[in-house]
Design a protein around this ligand. Structure first.
Ligand code: ASP
Length: 353
């Protein structure tokens, strides 16, 4: 079900927090004319250089305490500052998305790294992927048990192996061989996820929790290169060995300098069947749709028609950010080229587009 369409209001909310960074600008982005953020649904947000998400789902106002709201916004802001800070220092988009996702993986609030959901055997099996828009180099891991930051392992697969995708035991062993510290499963444990598993045990397998909590990041750097990254624990009470869309290049993650950088969240099985991330790119490349229209078509028509809900964050090479979702909301945040940070938690903060 779509959330009601409404103008994007930075100031209406107590909610959409705008936090200034140091005031300096990205060199390439600084050449762009300054423009006010978009105010109408469907037109996206302009002049964005970096964005993250913390999962699609529903977070109505009043459903969390002010302390929890602060914790979510602090977590998103820390990730946004990390990514933007690297871009501002002239580092590549790939570094920005990896390090920002590391921040969210380390934050127990999100379903990635520490705080990941449990599978049906009460274990965490972690999935992640990363992609470089300049040359489509990609790395992915699935079913990882012992790596604190799966997105960095995905990058290692990309850079230190001839492969794109490693899964299960092989991925964990590759991590060890490359000096990634071994992490015991109890590191990932949180009471909240345990309670969700217990609650889910009485229901059908693989039920998504209210807010998925999968994390992702997309970036546009000073050389106009783009990158995307996604990391997740998947679905609560999922079958052992189940792999969702997040580590599947073209389904949950995609980056291509000719089109966009995109990270998806939602029912992974359907995002795989719909080849969602690449489909948005293809609509841009071959049908010449703008990112807002391409992303909304896939999320609100194609994925919905296949029977599932979810959302994406998608950034084109001109800095237009689209965040369509067929869930009631999507937790996300972005940084504009002048360093302004916006975080959006509640269902009414992010237009459905
Ligand atoms: N897409 C993720 C998966 O299916 C879950 C999510 O984004 O909530 O594993």
């Amino acid at each position: 079900m779509s959330s009601p369409k409404r103008p994007f209001l930075i100031c209406a909310g107590l909610a959409a927090l705008v936090v200034g960074l140091s005031g300096s600008q990205l060199p390439a982005a600084a050449a762009l004319p300054a423009r006010a953020p978009a105010t109408a649904p469907g037109s996206g947000v302009r002049d964005v250089v970096f964005a993250v998400h913390g999962g699609a789902g529903s977070l109505p106002r009043g459903s969390i305490t002010p302390e929890q709201e602060k914790a979510y916004r602090d977590g998103l802001t820390k990730a946004l500052r990390t990514g933007y800070g690297l871009l501002k220092d002239g580092k590549p988009a790939l570094d920005a998305v990896e390090k920002a996702v590391n921040v969210l993986e380390d934050d127990p609030l999100f379903n990635a790294g520490k705080g990941a959901v449990f599978n049906t055997d009460a274990e965490q099996e972690l999935d992640a992927s990363i992609m470089n828009g300049r040359d489509q180099r990609s790395g992915a891991v699935a079913g990882v048990h012992h790596t604190k930051n799966p997105i960095s392992l995905a990058r290692l697969v990309m850079e230190k192996s001839p492969h794109v995708f490693l899964a299960g035991k092989g991925a964990d062993e590759f991590a060890l061989r490359n000096g990634v510290p071994y992490t015991t499963q109890d590191y990932f444990w949180t009471q909240r996820r345990w309670d969700q598993l217990m609650a889910a045990k009485g229901q059908a397998k693989g039920n998504p929790s209210e807010v998925g909590g999968t994390v992702g990041a997309i970036a546009l750097d000073g050389s106009r290169d783009m990158a995307a990254a996604t990391s997740t624990g998947g679905l609560t009470n999922k079958e052992v060995g189940r792999v969702g869309d997040s580590p599947v290049i073209g389904a949950g993650t995609y980056a291509n300098n000719r089109t966009l950088a995109i990270s998806c969240t939602g029912t992974g099985e359907v995002f795989i069947r719909g080849v969602a991330a690449h489909d948005v790119s293809a609509l841009m490349e071959y049908a010449h749709l703008p990112v807002t229209k391409a992303a909304a078509t896939v999320v609100n028509q194609k994925i919905t028609a296949l029977g599932a809900t979810g959302g994406v964050i998608a950034l084109d090479g001109r800095g237009t950010l689209a965040t369509p979702h067929s869930t009631k909301g999507i937790i996300n945040g972005y940084v504009t080229k002048d360093g302004g940070i916006v975080t959006r938690l509640y269902d009414d903060e992010t237009p459905a587009e």
